[in-house]
Design a protein around this ligand. Structure first.
Ligand SMILES: O=C1O[C@H](COP(=O)(O)O)[C@@H](O)[C@H](O)[C@H]1O
Length: 261
């Protein structure tokens, strides 16, 4: 039985407004975590969607508002390529964000996509264990996990019908993606669901149908891996543009709620 959660979606008229809301969520959550726990541990996604948010975070007013010195930044997933490759999630983030902000290098925890996938996954799991000071079977609770969604319904690097969807005990895995003839490194879904705040940032008409299937269709996480994201907090946040939200129940004053059971 999937966990019951409330999905709260906010719909913005432009991609720029969606990116600004995501940047605000990042800044507010980082400040809240630093106030409450002295540090903020945030995991970000790659692909193309978060680029505008990263550019906003690298400029005022967010540049001054974000407590960079107290943030540990992690990735939700990575492609198995070197950090200089055009496909690298790290490269995009470095160019749009990291090279412009005072985030200390030792607090930037990148996945080593250039290594053999299993090695990269196990090294990243160790890196997380050290950063979170985990003991034994403890798993990490990120303050914020920012997710994207592909037009095939994948999230993180949990693609439809891949073995990674069955992993329940590890923190990080190498996931073989036959449909792309490649490997990916990814946080596992139980770890994503343990995040204090878990939010999707989704834009564009290419995602309209799959988003409606994920939120309003039957529960088929093997086909639509994004459906497996049901945070333990009981709340799932989605920041959407009008195109992505076009087939969801209409939002009232920009916000809609769906009880996922
Ligand atoms: O391959 C990936 O795809 C998803 C979605 O990317 P987008 O380009 O459609 O925004 C992304 O969330 C993930 O991090 C990335 O590795």
């Amino acid at each position: 039985m999937p966990r019951a959660v409330t999905a709260i979606y906010t719909v913005f008229s432009t991609a720029a407004a969606t990116a600004e809301a995501a940047a605000k969520l990042f800044a507010d959550t980082a400040n809240e975590a630093v106030t409450n726990r002295g540090r903020a541990r945030i995991a970000i996604s790659g692909g193309s969607t978060p680029k505008n948010m990263f550019k906003l975070l690298a400029a005022e007013p967010f540049l001054s508002e974000v407590p960079w010195a107290k943030i540990d930044l992690f990735w939700v997933d990575e492609r198995c390529v070197p950090p200089t490759d055009a496909d690298s999630n790290y490269k995009m983030t470095n160019e749009a964000l990291l090279s412009h902000v005072p985030l200390p290098a030792e607090q930037i925890h990148r996945m080593e996509g250039e290594l053999e996938p299993e090695v990269a996954a196990s090294r990243y799991e160790s890196q997380i264990r050290i950063a979170f000071r985990l003991e034994g079977a403890e798993t990490p609770t990120f303050d914020l996990i920012l997710l994207g969604m592909g037009d095939d319904g994948h999230t993180a690097s949990l693609f439809p019908h891949t073995e990674g969807l069955d992993e329940l005990s590890r923190i990080v895995i190498a996931n073989h993606v036959p449909q792309k003839d490649t490997w990916r490194i990814t946080l596992t879904w139980p770890v994503i669901n343990q995040g204090r705040k878990v939010a999707f940032l989704i834009e564009g008409a290419a995602k309209t149908d799959v988003l409606a299937a994920v939120l309003t269709g039957p529960y088929q996480p093997d086909t639509y891996p994004s459906q497996i994201i049901r945070p333990a907090s009981g709340k799932l946040t989605l920041l959407l543009d009008t195109a992505a939200a076009a087939k969801l129940p209409p939002a009232v004053d920009g916000t809609g709620t769906l009880n996922l059971s």
